[in-house]
Ligand binder design. Structure first.
Ligand code: ADP
Ligand code: MG
Length: 695
């Protein structure tokens, strides 16, 4: 037997159940079955006296015996009542079905363990359809009862949590004699971890909380360890395999700009990050760096100065943005900074005219174009750089890893890569998702920013909200009105926006309104944005398409409708659209009157915090990583099942340190003591893992 043995060898699993497990839970072998953990446990470690049990309606467990069974009615209507006592008090056990079978199987005067929920009928307490286990049979399932999620279909076919528990117990017996350990012996000793087998037994059939907690710890440790082993070795492998262009100088253009052209003093964080980038690009290994910086932290400047380093070293650079509007915005601010430098900077997007496009291609190939700014067009087009040295990707979560790799040809030294994201994510998440990247954090905003005042209003306060908006419009300010995107239905989404628009038009008849949504062509969107930017319109009604990057300093009010439907990171992004000018900015979060406790807590988080990192940490805590903006697209966080990145950062840090030590002492994992790790890496989907390349 091995962990990969098929389910049909387990006692109690026939072809029907095998198929059911496969179709409903994607469980196809013993390993997957044993990795299907309980979602909770019912505490069967403690017992109540019947007197205690009868005090209120709750789940109880008592020891005792049946003194007598009484029957009422007949046939299918036959109903049984058993009198159960612990020698002190009595309680009624009621059975509405199964009388025929129960009359035969229930034993009088034999010690039972009684388990069920007490329910009041008139003046007396009783338990309906309790679970009764003979005390002598009780040992098989342990004392904390595992509860497994099952699907409707499983329930219909009689596969309950209880029968699943039995199948799992049988599977555990089946692998009893196998070597299932996948962590090296020395690590188990080093951290006093439960063995793999003990942890599987401990999580499925725990006898007590100690055993359960030890099992959970070991499983989390293993999950995080395997995750980080892959991530860290992927990084090591890449660093060994790909040479990087060596940027030896910080040259004339950079220095000239820094001395004469820079419009403001860099923040400490900007300086630090630029230094990190510079040091990275001169080492001879390819840079793969993620810059996390909150909205408005000044990432554009960092990008531009990094590009200057590449250009100073006779290389070309490019900046990719997710939308045309953002790309043009980058161009605009970079052209401003370019005064006196005379770099050849151009824009390439889907709407670039053919002649211009041809010109750009020409200049890229002959090397006269220094810096190309653009959208997807940069990858999709047959763009050939003469000497591409640095690729900067803005708003990372919209570009996949595979797309990035399209930017350069095989066989050439790959460019350095800088990925910039304004979606701050907690450190733990960054380490698991982007653990193969180096991370720089711009954790400081330029001075003099007025904090945005954020308020949460319930729908029913509409009058007050409108009064406030009217007041700001009177002061000649501009307003964003954001409506949620309803993912299931684009039509509904549009309707939502349309209805919203009508309402806004009715509420503020004296002001002109722009509408922007996902269905508009990018030119139409852009035209509308520009109208708003030029203050031809005062109110912008939109879906989240305006989420990223747009800069309209006079817009100082952000209204978010149905705010409870947005992720916190998304709310934070949206809020970042205002507060760019001199005026006091406001963000109003409007929710339904009846929202859940969690939703309320989330709104309060927005009201209390302006730091994107803090907000993302709360989001992680409240909703888990799957719901954090930008994470869904990145696919699952590989292999993390029990681990909770908001709580297990200490384990994560520990496993990382252990792996870094291993990588230092035994980089190729040739030490027999690390053989299990080597096997594990070879088995993973790090298909690029080419051991011969590591020297
Ligand atoms: P983001 O990180 O959101 O991309 P930007 O690069 O767009 O932020 O910068 C936001 C604004 O802050 C811009 O108007 C930019 O000119 C300004 N800015 C950036 N760095 C500084 C600084 N060190 N001091 C003052 N203003 C700055
Ligand atoms: Mg930006």
């Amino acid at each position: 037997m091995t962990m990969y043995t098929s389910l049909k060898y387990i006692k109690g699993v026939g072809p029907k159940k095998e198929l059911l497990l496969k179709n409903e839970l994607k469980i196809t072998n013993i390993e997957k079955l044993l990795n299907y953990y309980p979602y909770k446990y019912i505490d069967r470690t403690t017992f109540q006296s019947i007197k205690e049990a009868k005090q209120s309606e709750k789940i109880v467990q008592c020891k005792g015996y049946i003194t007598q069974i009484r029957s009422e009615g007949s046939g299918t209507k036959e109903r049984l009542t058993a009198y159960f006592t612990d020698g002190d008090s009595f309680i009624d056990l009621t059975f509405f079905t199964g009388a025929k079978y129960l009359k035969k199987s229930l034993k009088i005067k034999e010690p039972y363990i009684l388990f069920g929920k007490t329910k009041k009928f008139g003046s007396s307490m009783s338990i309906v359809h309790p679970e009764l286990t003979l005390q002598k049979d009780q040992s098989t399932l342990g004392s904390l009862y595992p509860q497994y999620h099952t699907t409707e279909k499983m329930k219909k076919e009689g596969m309950t949590s209880k029968s699943l528990a039995q199948i799992i117990t049988n599977a555990l017996i089946l692998i009893q004699k196998d070597d299932v350990e996948n962590l090296p012996e020395w690590i188990l000793k080093y951290r006093d971890l439960a063995t793999k087998k003990d942890s599987l037994i401990g999580i499925h059939t725990p006898k007590n909380y100690d055993e359960l907690n030890r099992a959970i710890y070991r499983i989390k440790f293993e999950e995080l360890f395997m995750n980080q082993l892959k991530v860290i070795y992927l990084k090591i492998e890449r660093e060994q395999k790909y040479k990087g262009n060596v940027f030896t100088t910080v040259g004339d253009k950079f220095n000239y700009f820094y001395q004469y052209n820079i419009p403001f003093e860099l923040t400490g964080a900007q300086k630090r990050v630029i230094r990190e980038i510079r040091n990275n690009m001169k080492t001879g290994t390819q840079m793969n760096r993620l810059i996390q910086g909150d909205v408005g932290s000044g990432k554009t400047m960092v990008a531009f100065m990094s590009a200057l380093i590449a250009i100073d070293n006779q290389f070309q650079a490019c900046i990719m943005a997710p939308t045309e509007i953002l790309a043009s915005q980058h161009l605009e601010s970079i052209l401003e900074m370019n005064q006196g430098l005379n770099l050849n900077v151009k824009l390439l997007t889907g709407s670039t005219k053919v002649a211009e496009r041809r010109q750009i291609h020409q200049e890229l190939e002959d090397g006269t174009l220094d810096l190309l700014i653009g959208t997807h067009a940069l990858i999709e087009d047959k763009v050939k750089f003469q000497k591409l040295g640095l690729v900067i990707i803005d708003e990372q979560h919209r570009f996949g890893v595979a797309q990035r790799a399209k930017l350069w040809n095989k066989g050439v030294v790959p460019p350095h890569i800088l990925v910039m994201t304004a979606t701050p994510i907690p450190r733990t998440l960054a380490m698991t998702l982007y653990g193969d990247l180096d991370v720089s954090v711009i954790d400081e905003l330029p001075p003099g920013r007025k904090p945005i005042i954020t308020k949460h209003y319930f729908d029913s306060k509409r009058e007050k909200i409108n009064e406030f908006i009217q007041n700001e419009l009177n002061k000649n300010r501009q307003v964003y009105y954001v409506f949620p995107l309803i993912e299931e239905s684009e039509k509904l989404d549009f309707k939502n926006l349309e209805k919203g628009y009508e309402q806004v038009a009715e509420d503020f008849p004296d002001y002109s309104i722009s509408v922007v949504h996902g269905k508009l062509k990018s030119q139409e969107k852009e035209a509308e944005m520009i109208r708003f930017k030029n203050h031809e319109t005062s109110i912008m009604v939109a879906t989240t398409v305006i989420e990223v990057g747009v800069n309209v300093p006079n817009a100082s009010i952000m209204i978010i409708e149905s705010a409870e439907r947005f992720g916190l990171s998304q709310l934070h992004q949206l809020r970042g659209r205002v507060g760019r000018g001199a005026d006091q900015a406001y963000c109003l979060l409007i929710t339904g009157d009846k929202i859940s406790k969690v939703s309320k807590a989330r709104m309060q988080t927005m009201v209390d915090h302006s730091d994107g990192f803090k907000i993302s940490e709360v989001d992680l805590e409240l909703r888990g990583p799957g719901d954090i903006e930008g994470i869904q697209q990145s696919g699952d966080i590989q292999g993390l099942n029990l681990s909770d990145l908001s709580k297990d950062s200490n384990i994560l840090t520990d496993v990382r340190n252990i792996i870094f030590k291993i990588a230092e002492k035994d980089p190729k994992l040739t030490n027999p003591a690390n053989n299990k790790l080597l096997k594990m890496l070879i088995n993973t989907n790090i298909s690029l893992f080419n051991w011969s390349d590591i020297s």
